[in-house]
Design a protein around this ligand. Structure first.
Ligand SMILES: Nc1ncnc2c1ncn2[C@@H]1O[C@H](COP(=O)(O)OP(=O)(O)O)[C@@H](O)[C@H]1O
Ligand SMILES: [Mg+2]
Length: 251
């Protein structure tokens, strides 16, 4: 195997020249990004600049106007629905809001993504639910409904549910937004420990610089529809660029 084959194999996600407009407004003009196995990339960017749009293009909730999304070496666009679903179950996502089903217990919420798969094994369900609740330290909440849990606990259950399908990449949309600093810190550490435990790749949109510092292998900064800067936390912290500096000033 030559080195380019090896490179390709290790790339979990690749975005090539993604463009996306809504009406006459161009949101993404030229987004390029590669993430390798086990890598954690944080996206920084001002509100309303297209960070969530990028995540939605990756999971197929939105279709880019041009460019390509490659997952695990396979083109994601132009697949049949069946093939697309097969790829999609390898992607976990944790959205900002509306993560859990209010009328279901924690157990039912965690079982839900699994029982939708045509070939799941019923005997695997309970041990898996327990394993993931243990991961997030919430075994005792198994029979509760979301309204009985705090915001931080709901986020942890959301993460546990995301992990139920053994994703190879997890997309997080502002995982700590709306939480107090103590709880944010707990969630950030949980994200980090799950990454270490399962060697999963992650793409995380956040404004929480403490979270970025803790979890990011690499940070990309979205500006005017493309990634305008890239580096480790320590590299970008020293940036002379006024826009990049703005993210670090309050951290
Ligand atoms: N489905 C949509 N239809 C029209 N406009 C949208 C849609 N989704 C997002 N937008 C617009 O695209 C811009 C970027 O949105 P978003 O990605 O949610 O920003 P953020 O960087 O804060 O996550 C916003 O101006 C938003 O109004
Ligand atoms: Mg957003």
């Amino acid at each position: 195997m030559n080195s380019s084959d090896t490179d390709k194999k290790d790339i979990v996600l690749r975005l090539n020249d993604i463009q996306k407009s809504f009406g006459s407004v161009t949101i993404l003009s030229d987004v390029n990004l590669s993430i390798v196995k086990g890598e954690t990339v944080v996206i920084l960017g001002r509100s309303g600049t297209g960070k969530s749009v990028i995540l939605k293009c990756i999971i197929g909730l939105l279709r880019p106007d041009s460019g390509s999304v490659e997952l695990f070496g396979q083109q994601f666009l132009n697949l049949s629905e069946k093939e697309e679903n097969k790829l999609r179950i390898k992607i976990g996502f944790l959205f900002q809001s509306g993560a859990l089903y209010d009328s279901m217990t924690v157990r039912q919420n965690l079982e839900f993504p699994i029982i939708r798969q045509p070939d799941y094994k019923k005997s695997d369900l309970s041990p898996k639910v327990i394993e993931q609740l243990k991961n997030v330290g919430l075994e005792e909440s198994i029979d509760k409904v979301p309204s009985e849990l705090s915001g931080g606990m709901q986020k942890r259950i959301g993460l546990a549910r995301t992990l139920m399908l053994d994703p190879q990449i997890i997309l997080y949309d502002e995982p700590t937004t709306g939480l107090d600093p103590f709880t944010s810190n707990e969630i950030s550490h949980l994200i980090l420990s799950m990454q270490n435990k399962y060697n999963v790749s992650s793409l995380i949109v956040t404004h929480d610089m403490a979270c970025a510092k803790l979890v990011a292998d690499r940070i990309v900064v979205l500006k005017d529809g493309k990634f305008a800067a890239e580096g480790t936390y320590e590299e970008l912290e020293k940036s002379e660029d006024e826009f990049v500096k703005g993210f670090f000033e309050f951290s």
